[in-house]
Design a protein around this ligand. Structure first.
Ligand code: NDP
Length: 326
């Protein structure tokens, strides 16, 4: 028997508990892993609180990511002792996930941890950091360089935003960090932000176009914020959009696209093909200042995760929330 958080829905109401289950209750898969660390992501908080229909199969262990060590494998690419990381693929949504001492998954979903990155560091990065890297890669693939101009990052004090800010700064970009928490200015500057933009500046009425302000953007907020970002992007710039922390809608117009040739790049980390994941993790190991990573982390004990989830949704959490499991 081992410890696991289990979400169930016996009748109409969802129940959540830290409990003990057996290996026979693990889902199908060709690789079994002793989970070392998991994390609390926005999606996990939604699942744990039942505030959005994230869980699509009951009973289920949440946790959309984990790092750990392989204990059993019938997959050609993995053997016991391999250090691995998992992000997405519906794990923690329709296949039991990382908030348990053991996980069983498809080997095709796992990425070997790059040398030089610890199991703990991998989860400080977590799905948020890996998504931030996918966003940065989208900007680079579009031809954006530090010489192109400032890059704006929204939700900068959150998980994706913190890692995006640190990654861009490490590559020499000027980062305009958008936050609703002025108290986090010192933290954002320590990650490498060159200027701070108050969230309220980008929450007002959306005009089709504003003055050309940024060469590119990374957006985790959506809605009015994303619309205002698009209106302020320079000619032929790009916004990588990955989140909806402010809403699902997009009250924009086609003006940025047809008059300025702006590109809106959608970023999905969940079903992202494996070669891109491997490349993203290699770049994270290479580019991310591990000292800065330490400043981003908040630790929540495994037995405190259920209580911590509502606070996460209030946007009160800085950087990344890591959960030591084993
Ligand atoms: P966090 O909660 O850590 O960060 C979100 C940040 O957004 C907050 O810290 C806050 O930043 C800002 N924010 C929150 N609410 C609002 C609001 N109403 N209006 C404006 N800004 C707001 O979450 P993550 O960084 O982990 O995830 C961010 C988003 O990205 C989520 O929507 C998540 O679902 C999505 N995501 C998508 C992925 C994908 O594959 N596409 C993968 C991972 C995440 P501040 O306090 O600095 O203003």
């Amino acid at each position: 028997m081992f410890n696991a958080i289990v979400i169930d829905k016996p009748e109409d109401k969802q129940t959540v508990a830290l409990t003990q289950i057996g290996e026979d209750q693990l889902p199908e898969g060709d690789v079994q892993v002793d989970v070392a660390y998991s994390t609390l992501n926005y999606k996990d908080a939604l699942a744990l609180t039942g505030s959005a229909p994230i869980i699509r199969k009951y009973p289920l262990t949440p946790g959309i990511d984990f790092s750990g060590v392989v204990t059993e494998s019938a997959h050609a690419d993995f053997k016991p002792g391999d250090r691995v990381v998992l992000n997405g693929w519906g794990v923690g949504e329709k296949h039991s996930g990382g908030l348990a001492e053991k996980a069983r998954v498809k080997g095709d979903w796992l990425v070997k941890l790059p040398d030089g990155m610890s199991l703990r560091q991998a989860m400080v990065v977590g799905t948020a950091g890996y998504t931030a890297m996918l966003c940065v890669l989208a900007l680079e693939n579009h031809g954006i360089t530090p010489e192109s101009g400032d890059v704006v990052v929204t939700g900068a004090a959150g998980g994706v935003g913190s890692v995006a800010t640190a990654l861009l700064a490490a590559k020499g970009y000027s980062v305009a960090a958008v936050t609703g928490r002025p108290a986090e200015e010192g933290y954002l500057k320590s990650l490498g932000a060159t200027s701070i933009v108050d969230r309220s500046e980008l929450e007002g009425k959306v005009r089709p176009l504003n003055a050309e302000r940024w060469a590119a953007g990374i957006d985790v907020v959506g809605s009015t914020m994303l619309a205002n970002l698009l209106a302020g992007i320079k000619y032929r710039g790009i916004v990588a959009a990955c989140g909806l922390a402010g809403g699902m809608d997009l009250p924009s117009s086609v003006a940025p696209f047809i008059l300025r040739g702006v590109t809106l790049a959608g970023i999905d980390s969940v079903m992202c093909p494996k070669p891109e994941r491997v490349a993203a993790w290699e770049r994270l190991a290479q580019d991310l200042d591990m000292g800065k990573l330490a400043d981003m982390e908040t630790e929540v004990a495994f037995d405190q995760v259920i209580d911590a989830a509502p606070q996460f949704l209030d946007g009160k959490v800085r950087g990344r929330v890591i959960v030591p499991i084993n």
